[in-house]
Design a protein around this ligand. Structure first.
Ligand SMILES: C[S@@+](CC[C@H](N)C(=O)[O-])C[C@H]1O[C@@H](n2cnc3c(N)ncnc32)[C@H](O)[C@@H]1O
Length: 324
């Protein structure tokens, strides 16, 4: 058995956005199925890489002679390993069967994500494995499935908000003040009001009546971008899912950051046509923040900046996660 560390990173494509990843990487040293490998540092790429399902942070290659040898290599490193197979499915299944199981059951919300590394591996050939003990996404294969509520929320947009909050490991709690810009028909507002937060929901279109009637919800029929921080006052959380060009969102967010009266931000950067990489990089450069493609995002990215105050997550009160 030989194990060789690779000095670069492995990026896993989002099938619908493979061309965007290729554009970000410009050139890569190798590619295998849905994986692109590059040793170019972020600076050489012009910044971070956003359009990927997952980034393998410390990849290594293993040449192995038997299934049990491949299993032993992974087990010797940690418990959690997700199989991202694109070939060698039978051999992959045999390896997978000997690794500790990962629960794929739909998650409730709120759900406190366990703080344990989630590795990933694949087979390149019958005796060649590519793996990484740590990855940018904390979810197996970069995906999370929630136990959906198909009755109450007026849209499925709440799923990306849940995913962002789970990744942040915190969420608004009772009494926390939130602004939800571009709130209608009301999926995000519904999710926030359910947590007991106070929500100022702003949209030019109406909010669904049943969401508007939820305790803690106040609706403002208004252009979100003509609202200034002074009009709203101190906030614990600012959420924005407005459909607009990214520079418009950036300019508005700059005002809130300058005002210094909000601790936590989650905003969707909606792309119109070709992704606006320049503005995305400006968002990602805001200290203490990051931009990711959530598994519930479509032609959009999510900017998240979570501060130290305004944490309403009842972490201590949550039951321990059943497993990883
Ligand atoms: C993708 S939808 C939001 C969905 C919402 N987050 C949910 O969970 O149901 C985008 C919303 O942005 C609103 N919008 C677009 N431009 C706006 C603006 N300048 N100010 C406020 N809302 C705006 C639209 O009316 C639309 O309701």
């Amino acid at each position: 058995m030989t194990r060789t560390p690779l000095p670069g990173r492995v990026y896993e494509v989002i099938p619908a956005f493979e061309t965007y990843l290729k554009g970000e990487l410009r050139a890569c040293q190798a590619s295998w199925g849905p994986f692109y490998y590059t040793e170019a540092p972020a600076d050489a790429l012009g910044g971070l890489v956003f359009w990927n399902r997952n980034t393998w942070l410390d990849p290594f290659r293993v040449e192995f002679s038997s299934i049990s040898e491949a299993v032993a290599v992974l087990r010797s490193i940690q418990r959690n390993w997700w199989p991202s197979l694109f070939t060698q499915f039978r051999r992959g299944a045999l390896i997978s069967a000997q690794l500790p199981p990962l629960s794929l059951k739909p998650r409730p919300f709120p759900w406190l994500l366990p703080d344990v590394p989630m590795g990933a591996w694949t087979l390149l050939a019958a005796h060649t494995m590519l793996a990484s003990a740590s990855a940018a996404s904390p979810f197996p294969g970069g995906m999370i499935v929630f136990a959906e509520d198909t009755q109450e929320p007026p849209s499925r947009a709440y799923l990306k908000l849940w995913e962002a909050l789970v990744r942040c490991r915190r969420w608004p709690g009772p009494g926390e003040r939130c602004l939800d810009a571009g709130a209608s028909p009301g999926g995000w507002t519904w999710a926030l009001a359910r947590l007991g937060a106070e929500v100022i929901a702003v949209d030019r279109a109406p909010l669904e009546d049943r969401v508007r009637a939820m305790p803690g919800v106040r609706f403002m029929a208004h252009d979100a971008f003509t609202l200034n921080p002074a009009d709203i006052g101190p906030l614990d959380w600012l959420f924005c899912d407005v459909i607009c060009y990214p520079p418009r969102l950036y300019g508005w967010i700059e005002k809130w950051l300058a005002a210094g009266i909000c601790n936590n931000f989650i905003c969707t950067i909606k792309m119109q046509g070709t992704p606006d990489l320049e503005t995305t990089r400006r968002f990602a450069a805001i200290p203490g923040s990051r931009v990711v493609h959530l598994s519930h995002n479509k032609h959009e990215l999510t900017w998240m900046k979570v501060g130290t105050k305004g944490n309403g997550s009842p972490e201590a009160a949550l039951p321990p996660p059943p497993d990883a």
